[in-house]
Design a binder for this molecule. Structure first.
Ligand SMILES: NC(=O)c1ccc[n+]([C@@H]2O[C@H](COP(=O)([O-])OP(=O)(O)OC[C@H]3O[C@@H](n4cnc5c(N)ncnc54)[C@H](O)[C@@H]3O)[C@@H](O)[C@H]2O)c1
Length: 275
């Protein structure tokens, strides 16, 4: 029987990665919106992939477990489910992007096959937020997923807006990958994260048309690459990480943003060049 690839998030980035690495796998395409899962499963099936569409809300642990229970032997994980700052309120961003990702890494980490490999999609947004204290970083990395939202600095009164919630979630993703890589390593498995910049997908198009639209358009116009990226370029990175060429890479995060973060700190995109 074939091993399975679990794809959480039936969006453009998830599909691009699954197409690159999933040719010989049974691919479970899991999404909260079953119509998205069916749509991506169909496109992939018509391109020769073996896919099954399943409904799953990653902010619910039982829902994640139900996908895992159906999947048999799991050798690959691609977590590309998420909501952006313009798509959801603070509580939903924290429950989905922050806690949901942490639960997926915990649950899949318990069953991943020896030699298995996974990637989860974080964001450049987490790289822009100023440093947290070492203790806060430790808490993001190590607190059991179900207790994360009880951390003082993640309480609603300490989150300014949806962008701040998203940045916290994405910072947390990177820290979770580091701590989970240790546990995954005990099973001979690897897990890494990828932090994309602006990648044209329905999620990014919502941002272009949302309250921060001009900010995002300016960001890609002025970044060193001078354009937004594509999901296939994210898949280029994932393919290396998930292949044998990435065998020595685990617990790491890879920024792929056309240089936008570099420019944010040291170039034209600096928010306050006087400082
Ligand atoms: N597109 C970008 O510019 C960009 C940049 C940085 C990071 N990201 C991250 O990449 C990931 C994928 O985004 P994308 O651009 O491919 O978006 P997308 O909108 O194409 O896909 C995201 C999918 O996640 C699903 N989803 C949302 N909430 C869910 C939940 N609770 N449970 C299960 N599925 C859920 C949506 O229904 C959607 O199908 C997200 O984590 C996003 O934060 C995207």
């Amino acid at each position: 029987m074939k091993d399975s690839l679990l794809l959480f998030g039936a969006g453009q980035i998830g599909m691009a990665i699954a197409r690159r690495v999933g040719a010989d796998k049974k691919i479970f395409v899991a999404d909260k919106k079953i119509e998205n899962a069916k749509n991506i499963a169909k496109i992939m099936a018509e391109a020769g992939f073996d896919t099954v569409a399943v409904e799953c809300d990653i902010s619910n642990r039982d829902s994640i477990k139900r996908v895992i229970d159906q999947a048999g032997e799991i050798s690959m994980l691609v977590n590309a489910a998420g909501v952006s700052p313009s798509q959801a309120p603070i509580e939903v961003i924290l429950k989905v992007d922050l806690v949901g990702t942490a639960m997926i890494l915990e649950e899949v980490g318990k069953v991943i096959k020896r030699g298995g490999v996974g990637v989860t999609i974080s964001s450049q947004s987490g790289h822009r937020m100023l440093a947290l204290t070492p203790h806060q970083d430790f808490e993001l990395a190590m607190t059991p997923a179900d207790e994360l939202l009880a951390l003082e600095f993640l309480k609603p009164e300490n989150i300014r807006d949806t962008l701040h919630a998203y940045q916290m979630a994405k910072r947390c993703n990177v820290k979770r990958v580091m701590s989970e890589a240790v546990k995954w390593g005990h099973r001979g498995a690897r897990i890494n994260s990828i932090s994309p910049g602006i990648i044209v997908t329905p999620l990014a198009l919502d941002e272009f048309n949302g309250p921060r639209g001009d900010f995002y358009k300016n960001m890609f116009a002025k970044c060193p690459a001078g354009r937004p990226g594509t999901a296939d370029e994210v898949a280029n990175v994932a393919e290396v990480l998930m292949s044998d060429r990435g065998a020595f890479i685990t617990g790491a995060d890879f920024l792929i943003d056309g240089g936008a973060t570099a420019s944010f700190f040291y170039g034209e995109l600096r928010p306050d060049p006087a400082n």
